[in-house]
Ligand binder design. Structure first.
Ligand code: AMP
Length: 415
């Protein structure tokens, strides 16, 4: 038996309603905040990700699905979407027509990771990017959208952690302090962190290793290194969050994995997820347009892992109850009547009713069993007697009551 690729999941019919429910909420809530949908290809030139995410990140180093196509071009299945959305916004000159471009997306992403609960090789993200705005109001609105979405889908127990990485100058000043501190504690660090200390010292703060966490206990805080501009930006974001009632925990060690962030970074966490507790996060990225060869444009955005949202809803027992897939089941007396039953079914479907009929010429008993399995609300019986008399028997499956109507009355029958 050929199996699916490890870490890639089939989305089966029984779970499709959950995905449709989530997608409808993504659409609804994004629209409330003035975000429109953008769909970009699932693959890009590898350069898009190399130039944006950062050579020293796990994504670029270890996790990208990269291949050379038949034309000799290096192609990568998108591991995230911010870089691709920025590429598309530049290519289509969207910021030339509007000072602010706000888009949302939902789709599959690919990372070569070790599959485990909440960590897949093909997973889905919902994300929102606000491009062209430097004001802290953009950051706060982006966070508010994420919080509103979680509320709309039924997740109200989570933690929002937030930090500021400041502008480039603040960050450079902080890096020097951090490197001095880490060098003084180098023997306490993990091998990975020792390597990162050379290549990208801020990422040491991201480490999940206990020994690194311990070594970092007395580390300087980036918040003490913010210059006036960066401090004012962060304080305004927090002030807006306070005024709209969004709770947060300031977490100076939060840097998030990618290189392109500056100023506000944030993450939503849920204890329902176990060890992979991040359900989504984002931040400001003012340098990405330039990194991709365009005029600078300040941006802020976030992405959420959709499989993780589903895991949380499962753990909280809040998955939406599946809607019955059948309003009316037509039980018919076999092959001779199947054309009449097909005609009735088409008529009812035009009234937006979900209708199934027997497609196997099964016995009445088997057809009723099928109607029960599908949780049909009504069954129409079309047997020899009914056809002979021009009538239909309609059974209400919730109370087993039955009526007989003439075929012509079907159009006005209230199901
Ligand atoms: P990131 O793009 O790494 O900031 O991830 C944003 C969110 O996407 C995370 O918080 C997760 O919810 C989700 N995510 C990232 N990688 C995976 C993965 N391999 N499998 C499932 N979800 C993921």
């Amino acid at each position: 038996m050929i199996q699916a690729i490890k870490g890639a999941k089939d989305m089966l019919p029984e779970s499709s309603q959950v995905w449709q429910f989530l997608e409808s909420k993504f659409r609804e809530v994004s629209a409330l905040y003035g975000y429109s949908e953008m769909r970009t290809p699932i693959f890009e030139k590898t350069e898009v990700f190399h130039r944006s995410i950062g050579e020293e990140t796990d994504i670029v180093n270890k996790e990208m699905y990269t291949f050379t196509d038949k034309g000799g071009e290096s192609i990568t299945l998108r591991p995230e979407n911010t870089a691709a959305i920025v590429r598309a916004t530049i290519q289509n000159s969207l910021l030339q027509n509007s000072p602010l471009v706000k888009v949302w997306y939902f789709g599959p992403f690919f990372r070569y990771e070790r599959p485990q609960k909440g960590r897949l090789r093909q997973f889905h993200q919902f994300g929102c990017e606000c491009m062209g705005g430097a004001a802290p109001e953009c950051d706060a609105e982006n966070i508010a959208l994420a919080a509103a979405l979680l509320k709309a889908i039924g997740i109200d127990e989570y933690k929002l952690i937030i930090n500021s990485l400041g502008n480039e100058e603040s960050r450079e000043n902080y890096k020097k302090l951090l490197v001095d501190y880490l060098n003084a504690h180098i023997d306490e660090l993990s091998e990975d962190s020792k390597r990162r200390l050379e290549s990208n010292p801020l990422r040491v703060l991201d480490s999940k290793e206990e020994r690194d966490k311990k070594a970092l206990e007395g580390a300087p805080s980036i918040l003490d290194c913010l210059d006036e501009e960066s401090k004012a930006h962060f304080e305004k974001v927090l002030k807006i969050l306070d005024s709209i009632g969004i709770k947060y925990a300031i977490t100076p060690n939060l840097v998030r994995g990618l290189d392109y962030y500056c100023h506000t970074v944030y993450e939503f966490q849920s204890s329902a997820l176990g060890s992979q507790d991040s359900l989504g996060g984002g931040g400001r990225y003012n340098g990405l347009f330039e990194q991709l060869g365009a005029k600078a444009a300040p941006c802020v955005g976030f992405a959420m892992g959709v499989e993780r949202l589903i895991l949380i809803l499962e753990a909280l027992d809040k998955l939406p109850k599946p809607e019955p897939a059948c309003d009316v089941y037509i039980v018919n007396g076999g092959e001779n009547f199947s054309h009449i039953s097909a005609e009735l079914a088409e008529k009812l479907r035009r009234r937006n009713l979900k209708v199934s009929t027997d497609l196997f010429s099964r016995s009445f008993k088997a057809q009723f069993r099928e109607a029960n399995r599908l949780q049909a609300k009504f069954v129409i019986v079309l047997g020899e007697d009914e056809v002979a008399n021009g009538t239909l028997t309609i059974k209400n499956m919730s109370d087993s009551s039955q009526v007989s109507i003439s075929v012509s009355e079907l159009d006005s029958f209230q199901f």
